[in-house]
Design a protein around this ligand. Structure first.
Ligand SMILES: C[S@@+](CC[C@H](N)C(=O)[O-])C[C@H]1O[C@@H](n2cnc3c(N)ncnc32)[C@H](O)[C@@H]1O
Length: 288
């Protein structure tokens, strides 16, 4: 825990962050996570940092900045702060067209071509909904095809708190509506009246890890058949998006599919990948 500097609540509430200090915070966040905070989001950054400073007892942005950059306790504090500075909004089956592409075209073609076991990666999984949706689609599709192939999903995020929530996988009952009826009946079970979770059979198929996309090359993830990277790149600079996509392309198996959110990158292509024509999606497939 940080050294208490006995902040006066009124001083903290009033203290502003000057532009030079703001620039240091923006640089640190971009260097460590890739996330770019635009000048117009300064109020968001200031209020998130300030709220955390209050919790740990810092009164000066500069001193807290020094603390965050220090090894040891600073690294632990950084992990908490990063969760506050990243956006975790998500839904089950958030981008339906991408799941349709997998279920209706990519998976049947993969199996028809003799493809076997599958490994999928949800790159910025937030509280897990994307990874569980993928698991439902793959479990159902493989069962329909005779159930000979197995699959696994790796769900990761830079935020340790998000990964913990994804692993716990307890969701408010009204959100069950986000899951199409085809999957709802088979793949979720109620937890009392107000919550639900994925069924055990699905839980066994999903593994969780804290992975910073900037360090993905060092993660033990390769020979992937599906990479789902949606609503993550939008927080990165345009140039960084291209570099990261080049890296993700290199992790795909021949025939593997990379699914990005529509509009999240423009004018990007990769010599080993071909754009997939499926309405409403931005998807690329590794050539055989
Ligand atoms: C808006 S959520 C998107 C969740 C889900 N992919 C979806 O489309 O609904 C963005 C997630 O990206 C994560 N993120 C941000 N920077 C990251 C990085 N460098 N590496 C991995 N995840 C990151 C955030 O922590 C957050 O949970």
């Amino acid at each position: 825990m940080a050294t208490a500097l006995t902040p006066d609540a009124a001083t903290l509430a009033l203290a502003g962050m000057d532009d030079a200090v703001f620039a240091s915070w923006v640089d640190l966040l971009e260097a460590r996570t890739g996330v770019v905070v635009a000048p117009q989001r300064k109020p968001f950054l200031v209020s998130a940092v300030r709220a955390r400073m209050r919790e740990v007892g810092y009164a000066s942005f500069e001193q807290y900045f020094q603390h965050i950059r220090a090894p040891g306790a600073g690294a632990v504090e950084w992990a908490t702060l990063v969760d506050r500075l990243t956006v975790h909004e998500t839904r089950f089956f958030r981008h339906q067209a991408s799941f349709d592409l997998i279920a209706r075209r990519w998976l049947p073609e993969h199996l028809a071509a003799g493809g076997g076991n599958l490994h999928a990666w949800s790159v910025g999984c937030a509280s897990g909904e994307e990874a569980w949706s993928l698991a439902m689609v793959l479990h159902h599709g493989l069962a329909q095809a005779g159930g000979k192939a197995h699959f696994g999903v790796t769900a990761s995020d830079v935020s340790a708190a998000a990964v913990a929530a994804a692993r716990t996988a307890v969701y408010r009952s009204e959100r069950i509506e986000e899951i199409p009826p085809l999957y709802r009946g088979t793949y979720v079970e109620m937890r009392g009246e107000n919550a639900f979770s994925p069924v055990t059979g699905l839980r066994k198929r999903v593994a969780f890890a804290r992975v910073n996309l900037l360090e993905a090359a060092a993660a033990p993830l390769q020979r992937l058949n599906l990479v789902f990277c949606q609503n993550v790149l939008i927080y990165f600079s345009r140039e960084r998006r291209r570099e990261l996509l080049d890296g993700l392309a290199g992790l795909l198996e021949p025939d593997g599919l990379l699914l990005i959110g529509p509009g999240e990158v423009t004018a990007w292509n990769h010599p080993a990948l071909a754009r997939v024509a499926w309405q409403g999606t931005l998807a690329y497939q590794r050539r055989r």
